[in-house]
Design a protein around this ligand. Structure first.
Ligand code: C2E
Ligand code: CA
Ligand code: CA
Length: 253
């Protein structure tokens, strides 16, 4: 099967600076059309085929963005780990080896895990601890949609919570779930974690999130998931518009 990876910019909400990207896989069919991951990932996970997908995504990140990541050490890429990766931690030594060869720092790769990977919570905790000891940041994805209680979350070795798009969608709509959104944000803050809002589509949503001191966000308001070349161009343009010199120049005496 032929996979390609697109990159959705991750934005520091207050400044508008692009601090990284999330790697999102697509399946390219022989006729060139793209299949969205929610249509094939669940199937692939059940059949065990997902393991090679994570490997391929990491390969793609290194091939597509390796040079960019080496040139800008402040940039990171978030990779989605499937439930099995979180349970077994199988990917970690492979990741370590590949990153070392490419000269990418582990701090530049963030791992995202959904609560589907927490069925065996002790196994998940072990993988997350190992990942953090290696230098990666770990985020809970789709936060708010699972069964997370504050109590078990505060025991988990975590760096960030990604607030699910369904909560962002309700901002400004006055619907029942929208009253939950501030609590979800407050929960993340209580835990002392970075917060990332997913699926920001309107300026109104962005303004609300900034007001609530949510640190980071991604969504169509800023950029859709982009092919690698388009992401690199977006990042360069973003840096230029924010008056940030490329890292290479900044490092010069
Ligand atoms: P996710 O990790 O929650 O990814 C966020 C999804 O929201 C992405 O859908 C992204 O394209 C979409 N999105 C971002 N901003 C907006 C917005 O403003 N509006 C709308 N309507 N959508 C937005 P995508 O790319 O279709 O991915 C769907 C899911 O597939 C992901 O959800 C993730 O769970 C899974 N997935 C994607 N790539 C991988 C991968 O490499 N490995 C694994 N295990 N799962 C992956
Ligand atoms: Ca994700
Ligand atoms: Ca999500």
């Amino acid at each position: 099967m032929n996979f390609v990876v697109h990159y959705q910019p991750l934005i520091e909400l207050k400044s508008g600076i692009c601090v990284g990207a999330e790697a999102l896989v697509r399946w390219r069919r022989p006729d060139g059309t793209m299949v969205r991951p929610d249509l094939f990932i669940p199937l692939a996970e059940e059949s065990g085929l997902i393991l090679p997908i994570t490997d391929q995504v990491i390969e793609a990140v290194i091939a597509d963005l390796g040079t960019t990541l080496v040139a800008d050490r402040s940039l990171h890429v978030a990779v989605n780990f499937c439930a099995d990766d979180i349970r077994t931690g199988r990917m970690l030594p492979i990741l370590e080896h590949k990153l070392r060869n490419a000269g990418i720092r582990p701090q530049q790769i963030w791992l995202e895990a959904t609560e589907r990977g927490f069925i065996d919570i002790e196994a998940a905790r072990a993988t997350m601890s190992r990942a953090r000891a290696m230098g990666h940041s770990v985020a809970i994805d789709d936060f708010g949609t699972g069964y997370s209680s504050l109590q078990y979350l505060q025991d988990l070795p975590l760096d960030a919570l990604k607030i699910d798009k369904s909560f962002i969608d309700t901002i400004g709509k006055g619907s029942a779930t929208s009253s939950v959104t501030p609590h979800i944000i407050a929960m993340a803050k209580t835990l002392g974690l970075f917060t990332v809002a997913e699926g920001i589509e309107t300026q109104e949503q962005a303004d609300y999130l900034i007001d609530q001191a949510v640190g980071f966000g991604q969504g169509w308001l800023y950029a859709r998931p982009l092919p690698a070349k388009a992401f690199i161009a977006f990042h360069q343009q973003n840096q230029a518009s924010k008056g940030i010199a490329p890292e290479v120049l900044r490092a010069a005496p």
